[in-house]
Write a protein that binds this ligand. Structure first.
Ligand SMILES: *[C@@H]1O[C@H](CO)[C@@H](O)[C@H](O)[C@H]1NC(C)=O
Ligand SMILES: *[C@@H]1O[C@H](CO)[C@@H](O)[C@H](O)[C@H]1NC(C)=O
Ligand SMILES: *[C@@H]1O[C@H](CO)[C@@H](O)[C@H](O)[C@H]1NC(C)=O
Length: 329
């Protein structure tokens, strides 16, 4: 895949547009949807024309209601994951703006509803576990919060002190148990991909610690989840993941451990991975980042689709998957 040149790093910047402006944009997107869907289905549109259709098409892909089209992971995931890259145009549209789309994770009703007193796992709770508080209060869930950073874990403990219904775990989840470096950030901490020579002793590893990072423990989901849940057949009402790129490992690890099928609702914020290998320039590094991210994203979709249905969502924002009734697969 040739990396598109239109990818621009963008933080989840807030765009202030009032209600009227959003209504106008939604109206315009609705009008363009028909012709844009035709272009998509014909698959012979100039890429410029198709690029001009991103707001109506992505706006409708969000809950899979593009006329005449149904999202097909095997055939189309790579296309959509590249097409949905969050450049300025996408981010600036009030239909596709990050804040509007991310709000679904809290505001869109769950079908079937989350059962009171059920169990939930929240990966990447960060400093205050805000989403966890919402779910706990609304649905009376027992929340297991995971935050690998010792610094943020301490803040999380302080912030939730005395709140009932929370169990906190000071590690991250992944495919394998390992130590890693986390680059701390106020809004989005990430694992740093250090190239550590094999057989490095732990003390030497401390010396390699780059500035602004912390050593953290990542535990294999296969090992940690059964331990956390104790009851091996317990149903998990909700798995909520926002961990800056660790989502692919978490889903993979849970699936390998045979734990994914016992989860009712899965909500995931997906992120671009940072390519850290050699590259000629910034553009090439960006395009390689998109390439490895799309690959992991689509592998994750394949895995999720074994047991769950995609309900809503877009690449690089938030999405929800709901367990199919067992009789249907
Ligand atoms: C998706 O496309 C593949 C390959 O063409 C096809 O075999 C499969 O049935 C399609 N899946 C759905 C859900 O339509
Ligand atoms: C939830 O748990 C509480 C305390 O154990 C219990 O009183 C209540 O009946 C439970 N609610 C449901 C819906 O199971
Ligand atoms: C991290 O490093 C490993 C080993 O060098 C490599 O296989 C992997 O692709 C890297 N991941 C990213 C996101 O660059």
């Amino acid at each position: 895949m040739k990396g598109p040149g239109w990818l621009v790093w963008s933080s989840s910047s807030l765009f202030f547009c009032d209600v009227l402006c959003e209504a106008l944009d939604l109206g315009a997107a609705e009008q363009q949807l028909g012709p844009c869907a035709d272009l998509l289905l014909a698959r012979n549109g100039q890429s410029d024309e198709l690029m001009a259709c991103r707001v109506p098409l992505l706006g409708s892909l969000h809950d899979d209601r593009i006329p005449g089209y149904t999202y097909n992971i095997t055939e189309d995931c790579h296309f959509w994951a590249s097409y949905a890259a969050r450049d300025r145009h996408v981010e600036g549209s009030s239909v596709l703006g990050f804040t509007r789309l991310a709000a679904f994770r809290l505001n869109s009703p769950f079908k079937p509803p989350l059962r009171r007193n059920g169990t939930a796992l929240y990966i990447g709770a960060h400093r205050s576990g805000d989403d966890g508080l919402v779910f706990q209060r609304r649905h009376g869930l027992h929340m297991h919060l995971f935050e690998p950073s010792p610094t943020y874990f301490e803040m999380l403990q302080d912030s939730l002190e005395g709140a009932p219904g929370f169990t906190l775990h000071n590690y991250g989840l992944g495919a394998k148990t390992r130590r890693a470096h986390l680059r701390l950030s106020g809004t989005a901490s990430r694992i740093v991909n250090l190239t550590v020579p094999e057989r490095t002793e732990l003390e030497e590893l401390e010396d390699l610690e780059p500035e602004g990072t912390e050593q953290v423990l990542i535990r294999s989901a296969a090992e940690a989840i059964p331990e956390v849940l104790q009851d091996k057949r317990a149903f998990v009402e909700l798995l909520h993941i926002n961990c800056e790129g660790c989502e692919y490992d978490v889903v993979h690890g849970l699936n390998q451990a045979g734990q994914l099928s016992r989860v009712g609702q899965i909500q995931i914020a997906t992120h671009l991975l940072e390519y850290t290998g050699p590259s000629d320039d910034f553009q090439e590094a960006l395009s390689l980042s998109l390439q490895i991210s799309v690959k992991r994203y689509c592998e994750m979709h394949q895995t999720l689709a074994l047991t769950h249905d995609r309900v809503w969502g877009l690449p690089w924002v938030w999405e929800r998957w709901t367990r199919r009734p067992r009789s249907a697969g």
